[in-house]
Design a protein around this ligand. Structure first.
Ligand SMILES: Nc1ncnc2c1ncn2[C@@H]1O[C@H](COP(=O)(O)OP(=O)(O)OP(=O)(O)O)[C@@H](O)[C@H]1O
Ligand SMILES: [Mg+2]
Ligand SMILES: [Zn+2]
Length: 455
């Protein structure tokens, strides 16, 4: 076995030292050193290996593999993964503490175990009785579901060799450690080394593996972000603990499309897929109130209608009005406000402005711009916008309304839910075969156009 020693590497400039330092002597960065394993003998081997060239084969002669995917029993989750768990793939599930990572994993594993797959669930966080308690609540009990509380990755891999599971779960990467490194579990060096070891081990054993990782509100330093390049698939949990809404979003997938999204509701019996997200998001919409608009967003292959809410009220603090947005990018909101002030001469300077996407969903798509701008204007003027109107379009710096992708799918979804009118970019006039039956299409060039139509 290779003799392993460790070094500390500055993550900013790559400077190496044998001891940890608080400040890098090369680039002067603070707290940038991370312990990494150094495999000395393999370095020697590498120099020898360079004399013998590696073999190459024409890609046409490479043996094709059949895509073998395990379906988890939760359709929404399978969709996010690109049709189930691919053999030998390492899937990272990231999310804030308490959001439901262990819950969905256990639900899937219960299903897989009942279908005859041998599942090994290794938890560094919960004891076997605690896992059982949860499994009972989630109706996930099965003889094929083997649980184990172990935190040394070498021991876990030995166990994998002994048990030869069909599926492996590691909950969570921050609780495991490798004996190659001296740093504590959860430090960047440990987290990365553990993930890398697991990655190598499962690739050659062909075991689909779920790796759970915690992130905090600001994306976490020692968290899953530093693992994204190692694993095959990255899925993040979205949602607030106070809301029941949860979304699983694939941000990277070597074996499927991104950004695919799955929508769930957190219930006592576990995460329940929401078949019809649009209806759900609109279910609590207030009637006839100003500051509420509807837009159609595209998440992966799915179109969803969402409600945008805005509240504009005279600010009590002079010169420092409050601007807050939930679910929509704060900078984007500020930009839209600036555009409205400049191009429409709306005097929003002394107003507190709050924007919120109902239900707890987060959307980064610019196609929502028009609905956000209209919601702000509607609240500012205290005028209700026709509740059967959907607004779709990006807003440019001169106030022009710009085209969005897959407009037709969005219009169809609006019509399906009974909306009567879609306000869409003027450029869409050139698009052939827009679905205009049963729904009125209003083409708009710029924001003042839009507001003429609405108010
Ligand atoms: N008995 C219960 N009945 C209903 N809901 C429950 C019950 N116990 C837990 N929950 C829900 O499950 C959530 C915890 O989910 P879970 O433990 O899967 O999250 P996690 O992301 O794995 O968290 P952690 O970071 O602690 O591992 C709780 O926030 C709660 O909403
Ligand atoms: Mg957990
Ligand atoms: Zn440095």
């Amino acid at each position: 076995m290779a003799k392993i020693t460790t070094i500390f590497v500055c993550q900013k400039c790559g400077h190496q030292t044998p001891k940890w330092m608080g400040k890098c002597s090369e680039c002067l960065a603070w707290n940038s050193f991370v312990e990494e394993a150094l495999r000395q003998s393999s370095n020697l081997r590498n120099s020898k290996r360079s004399l013998v060239p590696s073999k190459t084969i024409p890609i046409t002669a490479v043996q094709s593999i059949v895509e073998n995917r395990l379906t988890t029993g939760i359709e929404e989750f399978d969709r996010v993964l690109g049709g189930g768990m691919l053999e030998g793939s390492l899937i990272l599930i990231g999310g804030e503490p308490g959001i439901g990572k262990s819950t969905i994993t256990l639900q899937c594993m219960g299903h897989l175990a009942r279908r005859g797959n041998k599942v090994l669930y290794v938890s560094g966080e919960e004891s076997a009785p605690q896992i059982k308690l949860r499994a009972e609540r989630l109706n996930a009990l099965s003889e094929n579901l083997l649980v184990c509380s172990e935190i040394c990755v070498e021991e876990i891999l030995k166990l994998v060799d002994k048990i030869k599971p069909d599926v492996l779960v590691l909950d969570s990467v921050q609780t495991f450690y490798t004996s190659d490194l001296q740093s504590a579990p959860g430090s960047i060096g440990q987290v990365r080394e553990v993930a890398f070891k697991v990655f190598q081990a499962i690739k050659y054993r062909n075991i689909p593996t779920l790796l759970i990782g915690h992130i905090n509100k600001d994306g976490a330093i020692a968290g899953p972000k530093s693992l994204e390049h190692i694993v095959d698939t990255v899925v993040y949990f979205e949602g607030e603990r106070g809301h029941t809404y949860r979304a699983l979003r694939a941000t990277k997938n070597r074996f499927g499309p991104t950004p695919e999204i799955g929508v769930f509701q957190m219930m006592p019996e576990g995460l329940v897929p929401v078949k019809n997200p649009s209806e759900w998001f609109l279910s609590e919409r207030p009637e006839d109130s100003s500051g509420s608009t509807i837009s159609a967003t595209l998440e992966g292959s799915r179109t969803m209608l969402v409600e945008v809410q805005a509240l504009v009220s005279t600010s009590s603090s002079i010169g420092m009005p409050r601007r807050m947005s939930t679910g929509f990018d704060h900078n984007r909101m500020s930009l839209l406000i600036a555009i409205m002030e400049k191009r429409l001469e709306l005097n929003l300077r002394g107003e507190d402005i709050f924007v919120n996407l109902a239900g707890g969903i987060k959307i980064t798509e610019p196609a929502l711009d028009l609905a956000v701008a209209a919601a702000i204007a509607s609240s500012f003027r205290d005028k209700v916008i026709d509740p059967l109107t959907v607004l779709i379009g990006e807003v440019g710096l001169t106030g022009e309304v710009r085209s969005v992708v897959q407009l037709d799918a969005r219009i169809i979804e609006a019509r399906r839910l009974g909306f009567k009118r879609c306000v869409i970019p003027h450029s869409a006039k050139q698009t052939k075969n827009l679905p205009d039956e049963g729904i009125e299409l209003c083409f708009v060039k710029n924001l003042s156009n839009v507001f003429e139509q609405l108010f």
